[in-house]
Write a protein that binds this ligand. Structure first.
Ligand code: NAD
Ligand code: TYD
Length: 358
């Protein structure tokens, strides 16, 4: 039986994957209901990414500036908009930040998820809580093998530990209180609208500007790169057709070392952007830096379950996906400038509150 939703709360919709998901719902999935984007607009949130959706779907897209740790605002929002399902993206998402300052990871990722689950339990005829999580909860793989849904949890960073805790709370809400839930644990995403602190957008922009390209340790750590639109399609399919209480792993079947990723991006930027003034190839900008503490060596996903049960497989190979991503960053300098400068906060305040930053 396919689930149909009328009023969907998307938490963290101003971030990278949440923003792509809202685009996907309106532009590709043919979603006919209303989306309420609930986002605290941290440094990683950028409502400008959704200005086209706000313009084209004024009756079916609503932005609520709120914090998932604020139980009263969460409850009031669920009631005001008749929310019947939640897709939960909001999180502190960057591993390096979690090493420097873990507090917000614990409060947003764990307490915030608990607040949302408690509020959802209070909604009559609630249809689904979908939790978006990460393969990092499973820890680090040796050179062979894959993460499966039954792989034991072994998180190594404050970020992955906080996501693991949130996964357990979601599972417990299903088993103990009967809340309808589904979960996805996915590999590293890339694509448009990703904040340029993560590897791929950081390298694209530094390469464009002739800055050093920092590679941690020996650069041989492996990630399984998933194009964000493939991920959005997987989430929507699980939300509509996934079995209650189940977890599905989502991966790109694109294992690459960090050094391979950086070299491929360098070649693309050399081909698509003007040459550097000093004539150097972008690869010459690669700079090996001190390794990240607790750096997981390899992630790789077995996405057989979602393929067997729901027929989902990743559609985007890394070469096409990387080229599209590099072109997007080269073609959207205003977005890049805004997220880097903080000017987007003024823009947002004008958009949503009718006044510039005080
Ligand atoms: P992101 O950092 O780009 O966006 C996070 C969004 O959440 C931002 O818009 C931010 O303003 C919002 N937010 C943060 N704290 C909040 C709070 N307390 N209340 C309300 N909103 C808040 O993150 P992303 O890369 O889009 O990741 C989305 C989800 O997917 C996260 O749960 C993350 O753990 C998961 N995930 C991401 C990846 C990846 O490669 N990016 C991989 C696996 C899983
Ligand atoms: P990142 O994009 O931070 O994602 P995650 O840590 O969640 O996998 O990093 C991807 C990989 O790239 C990871 O192995 C760390 C590495 N990395 C670098 O080598 N240099 C960088 O500047 C960054 C941000 C990451």
């Amino acid at each position: 039986m396919t689930r149909i939703f009328q009023n969907l709360l998307v938490t963290g919709g101003a971030g990278f994957i949440g923003g792509n998901f809202i685009h996907y719902l309106f532009r590709e999935a043919g979603f006919a209901g209303r989306v309420v984007n609930f986002d605290a607009l941290t440094y990683a949130g950028n409502g400008e990414s959704l200005s086209d959706i706000a313009r084209d779907f004024p009756d079916r897209y609503v932005f609520v500036h709120g914090d998932i740790r604020d139980a009263e605002t969460v409850r009031a929002t669920l009631a005001k908009y008749g929310i019947d399902a939640i897709c939960h993206f909001a999180a502190e998402s960057h591993v390096d930040r979690s090493i420097l300052a873990p507090d917000d990871f614990v409060s947003t990722n764990i307490v915030g998820t608990h607040v949302l689950l408690s509020a959802a339990r209070g909604v009559k005829d609630f249809k689904l809580f979908h939790h978006v999580s990460t393969d990092e909860v499973f820890g680090s793989l040796p050179p062979d093998g894959f993460f499966r849904e039954d792989t034991p949890y072994a998180p190594n960073s404050p970020y992955s530990a906080s996501k693991a805790a949130s996964d357990h709370l979601v599972r417990a809400a299903n088993r103990t209180f009967g809340l309808p839930v589904t979960m996805t644990n996915c590999s590293n995403n890339y694509g448009p609208y990703q904040f340029p602190e993560k590897l791929i957008p950081l390298i694209i922009l530094n390469a464009l500007e002739g800055k050093p390209l920092p590679v941690y340790g020996d650069g041989l750590n492996i990630r399984d790169w998933l194009f964000v639109t493939d991920h959005c399609r997987a989430i929507w399919q699980v939300m509509r057709e996934g079995r209650d209480g189940e977890t599905y792993n989502v991966g790109g079947r694109n294992e690459l070392t960090n050094l391979e990723v950086v070299r491929k991006i360098c070649a693309l930027v050399d081909a698509l952007a003007p040459a550097l003034p000093d004539g150097r190839k972008r690869e010459e900008l690669i700079t090996f830096v001190k390794d990240r503490p607790g750096h997981d060596r390899r992630y790789a996903i077995d996405c057989g379950k979602i393929a067997r049960e729901l027929g989902w497989t990743p559609a985007t190979a890394w070469d096409g996906g990387f080229e599209a991503t590099v072109k997007w960053y080269l073609g959207n300098p205003a977005w890049v400038e805004h997220v880097r400068s903080g000017a987007y906060r003024d823009w947002l305040r004008r958009q949503y509150f009718g006044r510039p930053q005080a």
